[in-house]
Design a binder for this molecule. Structure first.
Ligand code: PLP
Length: 395
């Protein structure tokens, strides 16, 4: 029996090393990775710049507490501010912590500005914000909150896309709106541009704060640094994680000065958040993502992937009923069971991940080349074709 909590439905695969787009088992079998640690390994595996940054920082200083200035952290914060709407950054170690910080920062803002009764968030069905007690209450999937006691108070849910439903939920307790511009776990659901812009307008009208959770869709994944840059909607706060650490645990809450100014000494903290090792890696990730041409590469690769996925949907309409996504966060809504199809693709040496709504999710490293996408598309076509030969294999 395993000594681990049984929280994950793990496959039997174990990998020994990775390089670029591929993972290798101990006996040398190569897998093409279109899951990237669920959107984490933005620069693939063993990227020489990340290895060099980790080694050189590792030889100097891994960790000091936030009781001291951390130059690598200050530099990373300044660069995130430069690349976004934000003025201030708080570093954490995960996506859930980054969202949790955003929730606290919003509540603190209203507390400090004389409206402590405003603590409630409008969030969305199908959303995912993490696994802490507050973020499971914020999330729009009741299954993740089941059995964990009374839900943290202050979250009400609306259907994504329905601005009238959101408006109807605004009341004297409402503090903010928390939304993923693209729902990842929920099934790669793109929020319509006009919906995000309408949320911004509603927040301005009602004095609410708008929080974007870009933990999965941010940090270059859509071909812009932030996914919301495809719209005219700018948030007051944003949570990021996953890609920013390139595989090193790192998350961040970004805020405007207007909102972030009330997070004063003692109001929040993290032992590990923003330590020198994490921030050295984060800076090395940004060196690549913000380099001229990188986001254009992601955009182009994303269009190539979308083209292939549309072809597959046309060729296999009996198995693929929808193509979703933007840039390198893509989804195929399937007829056959998506989890079982992920297992079938593993047998073809292609790694993917399922999402809610019976969606097959593709989140390759952002360094993916057209040849890798062509290879993945061939494997997808083979596996989809195989379903016709043996309809019971992934039914
Ligand atoms: N928010 C979004 C949109 C996510 O996709 C995730 C994780 O998948 C989280 C928050 C939670 O991140 P973490 O698992 O790092 O706590």
């Amino acid at each position: 029996m395993s000594a681990l909590f049984g929280t994950y439905a793990r496959s039997d695969l174990a990998f020994e090393r990775g390089e670029g787009m591929r993972l290798f088992t101990a006996d040398g079998e190569a897998y093409l990775d279109f899951a990237a640690g669920i959107g984490v390994n933005a620069l693939g595996y063993a990227h020489p710049d990340l290895v060099a940054a980790l080694k050189s920082q590792g030889e100097r200083l891994w960790h000091v507490s936030n009781l001291y200035r951390i130059p690598e952290q200050e530099r990373l914060a300044a660069r995130l501010v430069e690349a976004s709407f934000a003025d201030r950054v708080f570093f954490a170690n995960s996506g859930a912590e980054a969202v949790e910080c955003a929730i606290k920062t919003v509540r603190r803002y209203f507390h400090a500005t004389g409206a402590p009764e405003r603590f409630e968030f409008i969030t969305f069905t199908g959303s995912f914000h993490g696994r802490t007690l507050a973020t499971i209450a914020a999330g729009g999937n009741a299954a993740f909150a089941e059995g964990f006691g009374p839900p943290v108070e202050g979250f009400v849910h609306a259907a994504p896309g329905d601005i009238d439903a959101v408006r109807a939920l605004v009341g004297p307790r409402t503090a903010g709106i928390l939304v993923e511009p693209i729902q990842g776990e929920g099934g790669v659901n793109l929020m319509p541009e006009r919906f995000l812009e309408a949320l911004r307008a509603l927040c301005d009208e009602a004095g609410l704060l708008l929080v974007f959770d870009e933990v999965q869709c941010g940090c270059g994944r859509t071909g812009r640094f932030s996914a919301h840059e495809w719209t005219d909607a700018t948030p007051d706060l944003m949570a990021i994680a996953k890609g920013i650490g390139g595989g090193f645990p790192l998350g961040a809450c970004l805020a405007t000065e207007r909102v972030g100014q009330y997070m004063t000494p003692g109001s929040h903290g993290s032992t590990f958040g923003g330590n020198p090792l994490a921030c050295a890696v984060g800076n090395a990730v940004l060196d690549r993502i913000l380099a001229p041409g990188f986001l254009e590469h992601v955009d182009e690769a994303g269009r190539h992937l979308a083209w292939h996925l549309r072809q597959l949907a046309q060729r296999f309409p009996q198995h693929v009923v929808d193509v979703r996504g933007r840039g390198l966060i893509a989804g195929l809504k399937l007829v056959p069971n998506a989890r079982e199809f992920v297992a079938e693709l593993r047998r073809h040496r292609l790694l993917t991940v399922s999402a809610s709504d019976n969606v097959l999710r593709l989140l390759p490293p952002l360094i993916v080349e057209k040849a890798d996408i062509d290879e993945a598309a061939d494997i997808l076509a083979d596996a989809l074709g195989g379903l016709d030969a043996d309809p019971s294999s992934a039914a």
